[in-house]
Design a protein around this ligand. Structure first.
Ligand code: HEC
Length: 168
């Protein structure tokens, strides 16, 4: 190859080099959805900085009132996929929907973070929700196809196991 031709390639090669190791290159800068385990989910939430980048459940401010078993003060976030499904009254949450609920003590101290994460094919018997509960200290208290979460949220099975607002 003549020198001139090689030189014309240098900027292209430099550009390709710059892409290696970058979080994204030309695509979206949202990381891939996590695996179905609590640690991966919490890492993901940190990565996307959900408290800044996701919306609160419409009509509910930070530290809204809740009941048993989640605690008196709750802050509930929806990722964009979940928010879309809620706003469009689609009847259920699609693959990739994530709902995060922070549970606070009456004094306003974070006690635990509970998550519902919809993963197509994960658990068809219970609408494919992955459940997790992680203490404020980072300890995993519950994760997976959690019987207790499924049983109680099963009361609103017709609303895709979601209590806070109607999806219809
Ligand atoms: C005894 C019933 C009960 C159990 C058990 C329960 N929840 Fe809930 N959950 C609720 C209710 C009721 C709400 C609505 C908010 C409120 O009023 O507390 C809710 C809300 C939520 C939400 C916000 C989305 C929604 O459905 O409104 C998430 C996320 C959540 N729970 C996760 C969990 C996880 C994870 C577990 C298991 C570790 C769990 N829940 C166990 C009753 C329950």
């Amino acid at each position: 190859m003549p020198i001139r031709a090689i030189r014309s390639w240098i900027p292209v090669l430099a550009l390709m080099g710059a892409c290696v190791g970058a979080v994204s290159c030309g695509g979206s800068d949202t990381p891939d959805l996590p695996d179905t385990n609590a640690t991966a989910v919490m890492d993901y939430l940190e990565q996307v900085n959900y408290q800044e980048s996701w919306e609160l459940w419409p009509g509910f401010g930070e530290m809204h009132r809740g009941g048993d078993p989640h605690g008196t003060l709750l802050t509930t976030y929806l990722n964009p996929v979940a928010l879309d499904a809620l706003n469009s009254k689609s009847g259920s949450m699609p693959d990739g929907a994530i709902i995060v609920k922070e549970n606070y003590t009456p004094e306003g101290v974070l006690d635990a973070t509970t998550v519902m994460f919809k993963k197509a094919g994960y658990n068809p018997e219970h609408n494919d929700w992955f459940w997790s509960k992680v203490g404020a200290d980072g300890s995993v208290q519950k994760e997976g196809k959690v019987e207790g979460c499924q049983a109680c949220h099963g009361d609103v099975r017709d609303n895709d196991y979601v209590f806070t607002g109607s999806l219809q």
